[in-house]
Design a protein. Structure first.
Length: 234
């Protein structure tokens, strides 16, 4: 895959193979959690959501390994609890319930480098389920586009990495850029990304990739490459 293909691709599975060898576990966890949050309202068991939330905290160093392992074990247990005996059950609501729980389990795995591809495949399978049954939730192509957008948001342009704004720019206007970026991240207020773009420009940033990403249509999630450039984690 070349740069042009990366910037226009709607094939998240192919894009994932580009970033997987060099990606940090934090980035992979944040991307996997963002995949799962596409189905947030559909999860039928609280332990599935708890596992995703614990994984987000673990990725940012806000949960220890014991808490994360406990959440992962709980997500695995509720996935194993789903049983089916006929193909009709597998392709019906029972199968869908299992795939939702399996998505949370994949996201919460300690060895995320080996389970993130499973998370993507399971998310796409859930979209196929919806498309096949005519349930108006998420269509396959729409989800493929969104997951591809999430990869670009988290990993940026894998073929032309942008540099961090200099410390003097970040300190301007009483550290306005840092304050805005931190509030966006903590509050999940990604609709404020254009405000961050304005703050960066006011501080002297002229990087078109950074400003364009802030002012673009998104999606934006925790792990967004521009927020990480400013706030520091990678």
């Amino acid at each position: 895959m070349n740069e042009t293909e990366w910037l226009s691709s709607s094939d998240p599975e192919a894009m994932l193979t580009v970033v997987l060898p060099d990606a940090s576990e934090r980035k992979l966890r944040q991307f996997a959690c963002a995949c799962a949050r596409c189905f947030w309202d559909d999860f039928d068991h609280p332990r599935s959501r708890q596992a995703i939330e614990a994984t987000e905290r673990y990725a940012d160093g806000l949960a220890d390994e014991r808490e994360h392992r406990s959440a992962c074990d709980a997500a695995s247990a509720v996935a194993r609890a789903v049983r089916w005996e006929t193909s009709e059950e597998w392709f019906g609501e029972t199968g869908r319930r299992y795939r939702l729980r399996a998505l949370a389990r994949a996201v919460a795995q300690k060895r995320i480098r080996f389970s993130v591809a499973e998370a993507v495949r399971t998310a796409l399978q859930l979209a196929y389920d919806d498309d096949r049954t005519g349930v108006v939730r998420r269509r396959v192509e729409g989800l493929r586009d969104r997951l591809s957008g999430l990869l670009r948001d988290v990993f940026g342009n894998s073929f032309a990495a942008a540099g961090r704004p200099d410390e003097a720019a970040l300190a301007m206007n009483d550290h306005a850029v840092l304050r805005v970026a931190s509030a966006i991240y903590e509050d999940r207020a990604f609709d404020r990304m254009p405000i961050l773009g304005d703050a960066l420009e006011d501080a002297g940033c002229i990087d078109e990739a950074i400003l364009g990403h802030c002012r673009g249509i998104g999606p934006h999630v925790r792990g967004c490459w521009v927020l990480d450039l400013i706030l520091g984690p990678n």
